[in-house]
Design a protein around this ligand. Structure first.
Ligand SMILES: [Zn+2]
Length: 69
C-alpha cells in the first residue's frame, strides 16, 4: 500500500479525503479530493512517470469543481 500524504483543503485547511483517482493523459493521474468540512472538491494532478524524466508538474488543477449529480 502506498501512503498518501495528507492533503489539506485549500479553502479551510481541513484534511481532504481522496475520493477517487482518474487516469489522465500524458502519464498523469488526477486525484479528486473532497473536504468533509466545507464540501470543497478539488483535484490534484500527480505524475506517474519517473520523476527523473519529467519536470515537476504536480499542482492544483482547479480551485473548485462542481460535484457530480
Ligand atoms: Zn474545506
Amino acid at each position: 500500500m502506498l501512503r498518501h500524504p495528507r492533503t489539506l483543503c485549500p479553502m479551510c485547511r481541513a484534511e481532504a479525503v481522496l475520493a477517487r483517482i482518474t487516469p489522465g493523459p500524458f502519464g498523469f493521474d488526477i486525484r479528486t479530493f473532497e473536504c468533509p468540512a466545507c464540501k470543497d472538491v478539488h483535484q490534484l494532478v500527480a505524475d506517474l512517470v519517473d520523476p527523473m524524466k519529467s519536470p515537476r508538474t504536480t499542482g492544483w488543477l482547479h480551485g473548485q469543481l462542481h460535484a457530480p449529480t
